[in-house]
Design a protein around this ligand. Sequence first.
Ligand code: SF4
Length: 201
Amino acid sequence: MNDSIFDPHAQISNADLKIIASLERLGEGFRVLLWEKAKVLGISPIQIQILIFVQFHGDEKCKVTYLAQEFNLTKPTISEAVKSLEQKGFIERRAESSDSRSHTLHLTEAGNSAVAQTVHFANPMLGSLAKIPFTEKGRLLEQLLDVIAHLQRAGIISVQRMCFSCRFYQKNGEGHFCQFLNKSLITNELRVDCGEFEVAE
Ligand code: SF4
């Protein structure tokens, strides 16, 4: 039987187990900070995530189907969260001019105010990176993107809008090149959530 990531004895001599366990701990920090904001505002963590997502992404992504993929949840779960946000006055649906059956989500004034109160919820985690030198941060980013790309290829997480999944990305020797921006990217410039991203074939 394979060792469990959560078995402290198995972890002792296995760096792979410890790395994945560490990522799980980071995710826990994210969840704790999100819950703190959710309690203050009286809305659920996923509702906060939806509001923040809508703030920073274009209409084509602010739809129930896209959000379900984004957060790896079912459409009914996202629909329920969106309905609650509408009832609370944080979000409104607008029919698309090209197809009145399709709706995009938009923040109301109250929604913008809720985002202003929550959008920095994960920032306390930034301090943990303060001692890592610039070039090592780039290397860490590159390795994390590699891990995410692998999880995506394995079907564990949905498509990510990052360089390693993008049709404009080219490996350039040991470096990276973006065909959209028409420039080489140093590792620190690799993107996790890129507005110009288009999924690779
Ligand atoms: S378009 Fe964006 S995601 Fe795609 S390679 Fe360029 S910078 Fe990376």
